[in-house]
Design a protein around this ligand. Structure first.
Ligand code: THU
Length: 154
């Protein structure tokens, strides 16, 4: 048995105008990250099916586990505002030296992204900015989490 993962590597210039705007929105969001403990700042922007863009950034706390990742801040905001389906999730990050770092969602975020993908009827496309300024594009966020735990098991 085998699971294969298909993805694209893109240059920034390959992005559509809409995706470039998403990148700009994620970068502005990153600048508002509250990350005094890790100094690792993450920005996330969601292109909603209804045309709106929702952003999030990581919000840390002195009680470390109380903080939240950028992806979840964005998704929970979209959920809280009942904004409908997410078409694309873009994430980017900078490290303590303020250099781009590869922005791969953590396991907890993958679980949350998966559940949001399952409750809508279109796939969530994922764009992750890499430290070399290229992007990885996944057509369907579900491929981020093979053998996922989901509500189907409950
Ligand atoms: N972080 C995110 O915001 N998203 C991820 O997918 C990975 C990690 C945040 C959490 C924490 O504030 C900092 O990055 C370092 O782990």
């Amino acid at each position: 048995m085998e699971i294969t993962l298909t993805y694209k590597k893109l240059d920034k210039d390959d992005l559509s105008e809409e995706d470039q705007q998403l990148l700009t929105a994620a970068e502005s969001a990153r600048q508002n990250a509250y990350a005094p403990y890790s100094n690792f700042t993450v920005g996330c922007a969601l292109q909603m099916e209804n045309g709106q863009v929702v952003t999030g950034n990581n919000q840390e706390n002195a009680a470390y586990p109380s903080g939240l990742c950028a992806e979840r801040v964005a998704l929970f905001h979209a959920g809280a505002e009942n904004m409908g389906p997410v078409r694309t999730l873009l994430v980017l990050a900078k490290n303590a030296e303020d250099a781009l770092a590869s922005a791969f969602p953590c396991g907890g975020c993958r679980q949350v992204i998966l559940e949001y993908a399952m409750k809508q009827d279109i796939p969530i496309r994922v764009l992750m900015l890499l430290e070399n300024e290229q992007l990885i594009e996944l057509e369907d966020a579900k491929s981020l989490l093979p053998f996922a735990f989901s509500a189907n098991a409950l």
